[in-house]
Design a protein around this ligand. Structure first.
Ligand code: HMG
Ligand code: MG
Length: 305
């Protein structure tokens, strides 16, 4: 295998994880959790979204969360921003990296941000420009790269065209989203082979959801092709409320386990990471779906027995 020596894990749990939870996690608990995550060795945490609170009520406290967390200099704190109104909030909150987002399929774009794909660029253009002028970096997300909940298969040309336009507008990294967790390893190889003809690998991240259990297999294919940036959510929390059937992201704890055992460094301390997972498990009030957390629970009960 042709594997990288190190990988950057981008923790999206406080945003992608919590946006899909039924319960509103108390602001003080979000802050405590992000503070715990900041001390795990993670270098990147997406902490919330400056979207309309009617659309994502779970993250309506983005400004307070961003203002009250204890920042670690070694961590980049990011947040999702859909428009200029969101950018104002993110700048006021001193967010380091602005993440803009759209989809490769029309129906998901419409259901998620209430616009067609073509109507979205003029909205994102001033967001990206404004963020760059304010000295922030900008990351882009393209959703439904591997399949759409409404349209099924998504043409590679749509993915490449959205990616091209977002880079043209000034993003420095693009995250390719398997929004509803339908990707398979062969498809990942196929799409990434095209992507690498257009964009440098260092500018691409992979954002797998594990709805059907293929996220680690997909990750392995991408690793073997030389990709080294992966989004994941601690404990496997997550999903998009505007993508029916979307469930948890690739779990950070499972990704970390695999990379660590393969000798690929991430800078993350496992014990601290698992403590942060136990904390949020208690707060969401249900067992987290990651394999690592299941293994933790069974080793605790074996130990007690
Ligand atoms: P809209 O209704 O079309 O917005 O929503 P609008 O521009 O027509 O404005 C309507 C009202 O909303 C106005 O207020 C605005 O001021 C207000 P009024 O004048 O009526 O009183 N408004 C806002 N308020 C607060 N914050 C804002 C904001 N913007 C407008 N930022 C909008 C368009 C984009 C705002 C809406 O559709 C929205 O918030 N969508 C967010 C959806 C979302 O967060 N989805 C989940 C994240 S994406 C995801 O999970 C996928 C990902 O993980 C990758 C993957 O897995 O593929 C990233
Ligand atoms: Mg997602």
């Amino acid at each position: 295998m042709n594997l990288p020596n190190s990988v950057i894990i981008k923790e999206v749990g406080p945003r992608d994880g919590l946006q899909n939870e039924q319960a509103f996690i108390k602001t003080e608990d979000k802050i405590k959790w992000i503070n715990m995550l900041s001390n795990t060795g993670l270098s990147y945490i997406e902490i919330s979204s400056f979207v309309h609170p009617k659309w994502i009520p779970q993250l309506a406290d983005a400004l307070q969360v961003a203002k009250e967390i204890t920042r670690n200099d070694k961590v980049t704190y990011a947040a999702l921003v859909p428009n200029e109104r969101g950018l104002q909030g993110a700048l006021e909150a001193h967010i380091d990296e602005i993440a803009v987002f759209m989809s490769a399929s029309e129906s998901h774009n419409r259901s998620n941000i209430n616009k067609s794909i073509d109507e979205t660029y003029p909205v994102l253009k001033p967001v990206i420009q404004g963020a760059l002028e304010a000295g922030r970096t900008v990351r882009g997300y393209v959703s439904t790269v591997f399949g759409c909940p409404y349209e099924g298969d998504v043409a590679k040309e749509s993915v490449l065209s959205v990616a091209d336009k977002l880079f043209e507008l000034g993003i420095s990294e693009l995250s390719l989203g398997d929004t509803i967790g339908v990707a398979n390893p062969k498809q990942v190889e196929d799409i990434l082979s095209d992507v690498e003809r257009h964009f440098p690998k260092e500018k691409i991240a992979l954002h797998f959801h594990d709805t059907r259990g293929t996220a680690l297999a997909n990750t392995l294919v991408a690793l073997n092709m030389g990709y080294s940036r992966f989004d994941s959510s601690l404990g496997g929390l997550g999903g998009c409320p505007y993508a029916p059937g979307a469930s948890g992201n690739l779990a950070t704890d499972d990704l970390h386990y695999m990379l660590d055992k393969m000798g690929i460094s991430t800078g993350i301390d496992r014990t601290t990471l698992l403590k942060a997972a136990q904390f949020i498990e208690e707060k969401v009030g249900k067992k987290l779906p990651s394999h690592s957390m299941q293994a933790e629970r069974s080793s605790c009960s074996n130990h007690k027995a």
